[in-house]
Structures are given as structure tokens and as C-alpha cells.
Design a binder for this molecule. Structure first.
Ligand SMILES: [Zn+2]
Length: 242
């Protein structure tokens, strides 16, 4: 996988304006996996998608991550550094379909993908969204051999299914155990590579556009030429004009 060039970072950022995070993730992947169709990308499991995004992030910005969190108890801000190795889950084989049996109930389900997430992106009710996702991912359900609709599944089975979905696609849920230095509260924070990476891209875009502005004013160069320069060369010119 190649890193995103300065030009690609600007293109991806521009395309992603107005998109929700699920589509921003697909826009990022489309830029780095041109051999895959939009449908193929959308059908990757959420964990497979995130594994690719972690690789792309590492190639583009390196292995170090500066993570920000907010304590849910005292609202204090926490910042800590970590490494991509701590958010990467090694999981070579992601099963296409998985079975779950609880007493006399048998389910066959597939893992959640970006199309599933996109279908509930405007749903503000967590329970409704969860039920919609269950209906999409349950392929077959039966009790004692008699077919059951996914709408008829009891709540405790849905709870077990949600746990199995995360277990079968471990890269889809990265958790950090945090302790607040101000109030000692400890909690688990979900780390979302999509919003993390997108925030970094937005920051990088602002830096790049400022650099283009400065060099274009000073030398009259075109945006495309300034962006094609290596970072080292661009920084050298920026120092000359500052
Ligand atoms: Zn706190």
C-alpha cells in the first residue's frame, strides 16, 4: 500500500466534504485501493475496512498516534501517545458467515459492513438502529428446525449476537482502558480509526493549503507544482520566504 501523496490528501478531503464518516472511510479506501469497486469496498467487514485504514494511516503519517479523550466523569481532557501496533488486531481469516446456537435457537449471520452502517447513519434511536442491523446481518434463524424471522428474535439472543459480531471481527472494535489523572475515574474508550484519521487529514489539508498560499504568493508557482514537491523541498522554500 502506498502512502497518500499531498495531492491525494487534498482530493480525498475535498470529496469527503459533506459525507458522513462511513462514506468518508470509503472515499479514503477508494483512493488507495483503485483495483476494488465501490461495492467491493462497501462489502468489506468493518474490521477489514479498519485494518486497511490503519495500514494507510501508518504509510501516510507514521506509526505514532496522539490520541485525545474526554473523561466522562469530570470532563477533563486527556492526551496520550500510542503506536499503531496497539490498535492493530492480527486476524487473517474473517469468516463470511458464522453460526450461533443458544439452546434450541440457531442463527446464521454475516459480519457487518459499510453498507450496513450507512443504512442506519441517520437513525437517532440506538435500539431501532440495532434491530435494523440485526435484520440485515441475520441470514437464517430457526427454533427447533422451524424458521424464524429476524424480527422475532428474543432480546437476549440479539445481545449474544452483538457480542459474537465483535468477536468474529475483532478489528472493528478497538478499546483503550483509560484512567483519568484528575479524578481517577477509569473507563473503556472506543477508538475509531475513521474519525481519528479524518481529523488528521483535515489538519494536514489546512497546513498544505497554507503552504501553497505562501509559496504561490512568493514565487507565482501553481498549486499542482507546489504539491508535487517533496516535503523537504517545500519546507526549504518556506523557510526562505519566511
Ligand atoms: Zn476525570
Amino acid at each position: 500500500m502506498n502512502p497518500l501523496s499531498a495531492h491525494s490528501i487534498l482530493q480525498v478531503w475535498e470529496r469527503g466534504q459533506g459525507q458522513h464518516l462511513v462514506n468518508k472511510a470509503l472515499t479514503l479506501l477508494a483512493a488507495t485501493c483503485p483495483e476494488m469497486t465501490q461495492n467491493e469496498l462497501a462489502e468489506l467487514s468493518v474490521g477489514q475496512r479498519d485494518a486497511l485504514l490503519i495500514d494507510l494511516r501508518e504509510q501516510t503519517f507514521g506509526t505514532k498516534l496522539n490520541v485525545f479523550a474526554k473523561c466522562p466523569q469530570c470532563q477533563g481532557h486527556i492526551e496520550f501517545a500510542t503506536d499503531v501496533a496497539n490498535i492493530r488486531v492480527m486476524n487473517d481469516s474473517v469468516a463470511k458467515e458464522v453460526e450461533l446456537s443458544v439452546e434450541d435457537l440457531n442463527l446464521r449471520f454475516r459480519l457487518l459492513n459499510s453498507s450496513d452502517l450507512a443504512s442506519v447513519v441517520n437513525c437517532n434511536d440506538v435500539t431501532i438502529a440495532r434491530n435494523l442491523l440485526v435484520q440485515r446481518c441475520v441470514l437464517q434463524a430457526n427454533r427447533d428446525g422451524i424458521a424464524l424471522s429476524s424480527r422475532e428474535l428474543p432480546g437476549e439472543i440479539i445481545d449474544k449476537l452483538v457480542v459474537r459480531l465483535a468477536e468474529c471481527d475483532p478489528q472493528s472494535e478497538v478499546l483503550f482502558n483509560l484512567v483519568c489523572p484528575s479524578c481517577d475515574h477509569n473507563w473503556q474508550m472506543i477508538f475509531d480509526i475513521v474519525s481519528f484519521f479524518w481529523t488528521e487529514i483535515s489538519t494536514q489539508v489546512k497546513r498544505l493549503l497554507r503552504e501553497v498560499h505562501t509559496l504561490a504568493l512568493a514565487y507565482g508557482w501553481r498549486e499542482v507544482d507546489i504539491l508535487s514537491m517533496s516535503t523537504v523541498r517545500r519546507q526549504f522554500y518556506l523557510e526562505m520566504v519566511s
